[in-house]
Design a protein around this ligand. Structure first.
Ligand code: CU
Length: 279
């Protein structure tokens, strides 16, 4: 099979153009809160924290690009202008006070410029605002359990549903939270270390046995948001997705009422019903 260079070039160009069109269309056609084909950016933000993470990411990307291009330009100048052929008699200069002060001070200023927004973001992530509700998330081999201590103390398990879309992300019982409310997530591990992560919310926190870790999110958009266990926890680590459904206040109240009844027979809830009976 012989192919002329010109024809092969045209075909390659066609493939490249089609590929680029696909990349451009990918994220636009993708649903929020889940990965998309050909995705090359971060998932669209659904919380103020994630908006800040995306801003910081883009800020650093511009900064390192400019620095890398600057260093590359210096290298090219040195290679072209000062090689033995172009510059047979080298200069004997060893010190230049101005340039030495500059190459010390400018990097310091750049680092301070990175540190300020970096620490601001860290405080935003780690300083939990006054929560509207708490969800206790327990990582287990290999599924998640969600408890609602503020809304009737029920708890339920959330397992992968193989027949549910999106593939390997759909679950039988989703975690449900109200929109525009500060949700405090308290997480622990029942057996080994797991990690609770939802990219669109900008959260990822280890679920460690014998320890209660805390994070928070305030989802500003309704819909389904997916994440995965992000700490290698055993053979089914890849099959314990996190599915969060963000709904209106009213829908949340309705769901709580239904969930209290639906999960009443869950053995994990015996402590809650015992507590209620005593009251
Ligand atoms: Cu896990």
């Amino acid at each position: 099979m012989k192919m002329s260079i010109g024809r092969m070039g045209r075909q390659l160009l066609g493939v490249a153009v089609a590929g680029m069109a696909f990349v451009a269309a990918g994220p636009a056609s993708a649903e929020m809160g889940q990965p998309a084909p050909w995705e090359h950016t971060l998932q669209e933000a659904a919380t103020p924290v994630m908006e800040n993470i995306i801003w910081f990411h883009n800020f650093l990307l511009v900064l390192i690009t400019v620095i890398t291009l600057f260093v590359l330009a210096l290298l090219v100048i040195v290679v072209v202008k000062f090689n033995a052929k172009a510059n047979p008699v080298p200069s004997r200069t060893t010190h230049n006070t101005l340039i030495e002060v500059a190459w010390t001070l400018i990097p310091v200023l750049i680092l301070v410029g990175i540190a300020v927004p970096s620490f601001r973001l860290l405080f935003l992530e780690l300083d939990v605002p006054k929560p509207d509700l708490t969800v206790k998330v327990t990582g287990k081999q290999w599924y998640w359990s969600y408890g609602y201590p503020d809304n009737g103390k029920f708890e339920f398990d959330s397992l992968l549903d193989k027949d549910k879309a999106p593939r390997l992300l759909g679950v039988d019982n989703e975690m449900v939270v109200p929109v525009n409310k500060v949700v405090r997530v308290q997480t622990t591990g029942a057996d080994v270390i797991h990690s609770f992560a939802v990219p669109a919310f900008g959260i990822k926190i280890d679920s460690v046995p014998g320890r209660l870790n805390e994070t928070w999110f305030k989802a500003t958009k309704t819909g389904m948001f997916y994440g995965q266990c992000s700490e290698l926890c055993g053979k089914d680590h890849a099959f314990m997705p996190i599915a969060v459904r963000v709904v209106s206040d009213q829908e949340f109240a309705t769901w709580v009422e239904g969930a209290k009844k639906k999960f009443a027979t869950n053995p994990a809830n015996s402590y809650a019903s015992a507590g209620q009976a005593a009251q």
